[in-house]
Write a protein that binds this ligand. Sequence first.
Ligand code: ATP
Length: 147
Amino acid sequence: KLIDLNRFLTQVIRTYGDAFKRTIQLEFSLAGNTFIQTDENKLKQLLFIFLDNARKYSDDVIRVTARAEKSEVYIRIEDRGMGIPEKDLPRVFDRFYRVDEARNRKTGGSGLGLSLAKEIADALGVEIRLESTEGVGTAASISIKIT
Ligand code: ATP
């Protein structure tokens, strides 16, 4: 299905922010309306996983930016939270992997979110990446090829 990225993101972010009473800042650098051919529900699930993590592991404003280039669209979900230690970063996409118990106890969770994100990304044919600095924050990005 062809989706209007501006509309879609605005709606997803509003729904999510209202549900969890969190401020999410949305910024576009898209030239006019950008349409992408994708499975809307799966893309929404993918965004929810990254938003959930940003919400759970930070207390500050969450920033979502969307940028379109010639043949690709990038969506980035950034938080200024606790971040992920460099040594753990390669493993966070593994099933059940969580960065040490102590810091995670209050958030709960089973360590499945990111492994599911990987499966969804594969199914959609999009690329996901996580960049993080411990004590500074984390940015998850989704790159979608425009066809
Ligand atoms: P759930 O199954 O509920 O998603 P989870 O959040 O523990 O549980 P993942 O989403 O797979 O599972 O994340 C794995 C681990 O990566 C987390 O336990 C957390 O330690 C770390 N992590 C993921 N996203 C962030 C983030 N934005 N900031 C800090 N740490 C993060």
